[in-house]
Design a protein around this ligand. Structure first.
Ligand code: HPA
Ligand code: ZN
Length: 345
């Protein structure tokens, strides 16, 4: 691919409408906002400067990241903090032509340190509503359970969520994966399904392919987050293809958390070539060094992917979303229109 082709592809990435399906809102807390909120709230941070924060963001595994992620969210105290955090993300996503978001939040990361469930969700929802009006970004909210905590704690969180269930589209499972298999939350997820919630789970990021099997068979999830290690298991890979499961892959996250050694090892292209509905997402953009279009460009460059591959990723992002069929068809047509325009360049 020559320079002109690369520029055309990058212009396509910038312009194409897309959905972000794997984004932890607390992971979009940029260091300067972390400092500003900590000062406003009188919270002590173990960093002297914004540069110190950035310098600390070197991780050799998921847990090293999570330790700083939970520390950073300590700056979020008031309802307006959650509002400002979420609105800042939406503004940034809008600049990347994001038209729909399905964002995660971690209520237990807040309730555990004395911030009320209602404070966190109220600020997030208010920003999502304002963002929809201001930027035209539609949204779904996904409440995650922290898998290093107990089943009982997850049930308590679900109880706190009751008044908000009309604004929560689904539940997810995140935090420390190894040693906390999906089956630990089988009963909570069964209850959530009864309540009509969509189900997703992080699986196969660091954990073995067996965790992806459990997410499918025991939790009966509607979408898999990460799923990288599924490719180690041929029968599992076949199943993902046959059943048309969507995987929310996060290339820069994978690199920063040493799930892969090099961005060229990202499984995105292998998944697409194999017939898996892969999508590209930013996970925790403030911590991993890039928003969604940075992730698209990173895999496009490293794996020599075409404009058509980028269009497939964008279409997969809508088809794997929890939007209704008519809206999905509309968004798909919009992606195809942008593709046609770029093909004529
Ligand atoms: N994996 C697990 N838990 C998380 C992540 C992740 O990538 N980001 C925020 N919580
Ligand atoms: Zn994640």
């Amino acid at each position: 691919m020559n320079q002109t082709e690369r520029e055309t592809r990058n212009a396509f990435i910038a312009a194409v409408p897309k959905a972000e399906l794997h984004l932890h809102i607390e992971g979009s807390l940029e260091p300067d906002m972390m400092f500003a909120l900590a000062r406003r709230n009188g919270v002590d941070l173990p960093y002297a400067t914004v540069e110190d924060v950035r310098a600390a963001y070197r991780f050799s595994n998921l847990q090293e990241f999570l330790d700083l992620y939970y520390l950073g969210m300590g700056a979020l105290i008031e309802e307006r903090d959650f509002y400002e955090l979420t609105l800042a993300y939406l503004e940034r996503a809008h600049a990347d032509s994001v038209r729909h978001v399905e964002i995660f939040f971690d209520p237990q990361g807040h309730t555990q340190r004395g911030v009320a469930f209602d404070t966190a969700i109220s600020g997030i929802v208010r920003a999502l509503e304002d963002g929809e009006e201001r930027f035209g970004i539609s949204w779904k909210l996904i409440m995650c359970f922290l898998r290093h905590l107990s089943e009982e704690a997850a049930f308590e969180t679900l109880e706190e969520a009751q008044p908000w269930l009309d604004r929560i589209a689904g539940v997810g499972l995140d935090s420390s994966e190894v040693g906390h298999p999906p089956e630990k939350f089988a009963r909570v997820f069964a209850r959530c399904r009864e309540l009509g919630l969509k189900l997703v789970a992080h699986a196969g990021e660091e954990g073995p392919p067996d965790y992806v099997w459990q997410a499918l068979d025991t939790l009966k999830i509607d979408r898999i987050d990460h799923g990288n290690r599924a490719l180690e298991d041929e029968a599992l890979t076949d199943r993902l293809v046959q059943e048309g499961h969507t995987l929310t892959v996060c290339p820069l996250s994978n690199l920063k958390l040493c799930v892969i050694d090099d961005i060229a090892d990202s499984p995105v292209k292998r998944m697409l070539d194999r017939g898996i509905k892969a999508t590209v997402n930013s996970d925790d953009p403030s911590y991993f060094g890039g928003y969604i279009n940075d992730n698209y460009r990173a895999v496009a460059d490293a794996l020599d992917m075409s404009v058509e591959d980028m269009a497939t990723l964008a279409i997969n992002s809508f088809e794997g979303s929890f939007l209704d069929e008519a809206t999905i068809a509309q968004r798909r047509a919009e992606v195809e229109a942008v593709l046609k325009r770029h093909a004529g360049l």
